[in-house]
Design a binder for this molecule. Structure first.
Ligand code: FAD
Length: 299
């Protein structure tokens, strides 16, 4: 019964009033303002964890919106430096105009990477849906030939990922995040079953670690995280080449436990006014969605 209810509520999520979604999704978002994100990073740092900040938003509607996103990220980088915080940033290329103005997107990324480099920081390029994969990896390669402080994300659910990993390892030293992948992709291009995705995840992870990459292992799947940590130990990967990554508000028990065991943990900290689409994606992944939504509705 809870399974059916969870499925029904998951389907109805886009129809829920925004204030209800906000109440349920609040724990996944640092807040709407830059200060909220900086405060959250400070708290995570104090608890021994590092962070990566995401200004929520994707698919910029016009150049002004893309420019504003870059300017906000640049300010975040400066604040991170001013506050001596331990955090880098995560960006989505469609937020900078990838689909509408590819040249502008590249120019904006180059500007941001210059700024990050001058502040000794790093920019992670999140991976979006499969219509962006080729353009994202191509732009990453061009940027990586001029900047060391940039890294891509690979999604274990995509069938093409082992080949992408091989090809990226053939280039300059690679700093990559691996995750399962969040978008709805057709079975022709994506594994669908949990076990297949996890098998691909570990195969790609092993290739990346053996190939000399620095890897951020993003997952809340406890057995998968444990297997990844065991693999890094078995391959004698130095601590600066391997970290676990999790999303704000998800499996905080697990991130705290891993941190306490000496494992480096990075928390993804999203903030901003554009919290709705991200929140819906997170809620869809919550196995106890019905409980949370019903509690918020009747409170
Ligand atoms: C740091 C980080 C960065 C990411 N970057 C990207 C990216 O660039 N591109 C991309 O496509 N995807 C990205 N993702 C999302 C990722 O692809 C998965 O969709 C997401 O992490 C869920 O997969 P999982 O590995 O946690 O395993 P799952 O099998 O989905 O989840 C494992 C367990 O975690 C718990 N859990 C997971 N999600 C929730 C939730 N929302 N609420 C409560 N419990 C939950 C549940 O107990 C679940 O059983 C990122 C994830 C992380 C952690």
């Amino acid at each position: 019964m809870p399974g059916l209810l969870d499925a029904a509520i998951t389907r109805a999520l886009p129809l829920l009033p925004k204030p209800v979604v906000w109440r349920v999704a609040r724990r996944y978002i640092a807040g709407t303002r830059r200060e909220d994100a900086l405060g959250t990073i400070g708290r995570l740092n104090a608890a021994g964890m590092v962070a990566t900040v995401d200004l929520l938003g994707e698919h910029a509607r016009d150049p002004a919106e893309a420019d504003a996103a870059v300017a906000e990220y640049a300010e975040v980088l400066r604040e991170i430096r001013r506050g001596n915080l331990r955090s880098n940033i995560s960006v989505k290329l469609t937020h900078f105009g990838l689909k509408t103005d590819a040249a502008g997107c590249e120019r904006r990324m180059r500007g941001l990477l210059e700024e990050a480099r001058s502040l000794g920081n790093f920019v992670r390029i999140d991976m979006e849906d499969s219509s962006c994969t080729d353009a994202t990896l191509a732009l990453y390669r061009r940027l990586r030939s001029d900047f060391e402080n940039v890294g891509p994300v690979l999604q274990a659910y995509l069938r093409r990922t082992p080949e992408d990993a091989r090809s990226l390892l053939g280039g300059p030293p690679l700093n990559v995040r691996i995750c399962k992948g969040i978008y709805r992709e057709p079975p022709e291009i994506a594994w669908k079953a949990h076990d297949e995705i996890n098998r691909n995840y570990l195969l790609v992870l092993e290739a990346l670690l053996n190939g000399g990459a620095s890897v951020g292992c993003a997952t809340h799947d406890e057995p998968l995280a444990e297997a990844a940590i065991a693999m890094a130990r078995r391959l004698r990967i130095s601590p600066e080449r391997f970290e676990c990554q999790m999303l704000l508000g998800v499996r905080e028990d697990l991130s705290a436990r891993l941190e306490a065991s000496g494992q480096r943990v990075r928390i993804y900290v999203p903030y901003g006014e554009e919290w709705h689409a991200y929140s819906i994606r997170r809620l869809r992944e919550n196995p106890r969605i019905a409980r949370y939504v019903l509690r918020a509705l009747f409170r």
